[in-house]
Design a protein around this ligand. Structure first.
Ligand SMILES: [Fe+2]
Ligand SMILES: [Fe+2]
Length: 235
């Protein structure tokens, strides 16, 4: 299966022309299209509408997880409804299977990596914050345990490893992802992990168990020569 993947479109109607033609090529180049969060820039349904009209016409399955920007206006439920009505598979602690490839997805959350991982200690506010990260890891666990396919692809917005956020300021690493997500991935096993959010990170990395992790933030793809707006993976 050929998977076209991107993230962080931060779409506004002004960007429509720039993305429209290239997005339309997905149907010739891939069997599915993955968008790993941050679809509209401020999470507004008005921003989503023109993007949605392109996505639903691609005639390949579109698999989406939400990103933090999709929550900005607190209209995430409306965005999910719009996408689901258009036939888009929005993964939120859930899975989608096509042929012999299973996709498990959730947004993920912040929290930090390795020894820098924030733990639930001290003030209730810290515990609530950490809890949100643990909840996302549990959702990923649930989604991955549903998969019965030979091939398994994990879709996240936040990074599960530090290697693919490398390039961002070290001070903001804890806000770019959480290694709690990688622990789940390694426990269940996967062939490929896709994420976004770290606009200035690195494209390629791997988990402790050696599972490939790719940051498909559109900023990184557009910085390539020639610039592209999605990357193709074969699984
Ligand atoms: Fe983003
Ligand atoms: Fe983001």
């Amino acid at each position: 299966m050929r998977i076209a993947a991107t993230a962080d479109l931060h779409f506004t109607p002004q960007r429509f022309g720039a993305l429209h033609d290239q997005l339309n090529r997905v149907r010739d180049e891939a069997d599915v299209f993955v968008v790993a969060g941050d679809l509209p820039n401020f999470g507004q349904p008005e921003e989503m509408e023109p993007l949605l009209s392109v996505l639903v016409r691609l005639r390949v399955p579109v698999i989406v997880v939400l990103g933090n920007h999709d929550y900005e206006c607190n209209k995430q439920d409306e965005l999910i409804r719009m996408m689901t009505t258009g036939g888009i598979k929005v993964l939120d602690g859930s899975s989608y299977q096509r042929d012999d490839v299973g996709f498990a997805g959730t947004k993920g959350f912040v929290g930090g990596f390795g020894r820098g991982l924030l733990t639930a200690f001290g003030e209730p506010e810290v515990k609530t914050f950490v809890r949100a990260g643990i909840d996302e890891a549990v959702k990923l666990e649930r989604a991955m345990s549903q998969l019965r396919t030979r091939k398994r692809v994990v879709v996240l917005h936040y990074s599960p490893i530090a290697a693919t956020v490398d390039g961002e300021a070290r001070e903001i690493y804890p806000f770019l992802g959480s290694s709690r997500l990688a622990e789940v991935v390694d426990r269940h096993g996967a062939d490929l992990v896709l994420h976004g959010h770290a606009h200035n990170g690195k494209s390629d990395g791997s988990t402790t168990a050696g599972i490939p992790v790719h940051n498909v933030a559109i900023t990184l793809l557009q910085a390539q020569n020639p610039p592209v707006i999605y990357r193709i993976f074969d699984v």
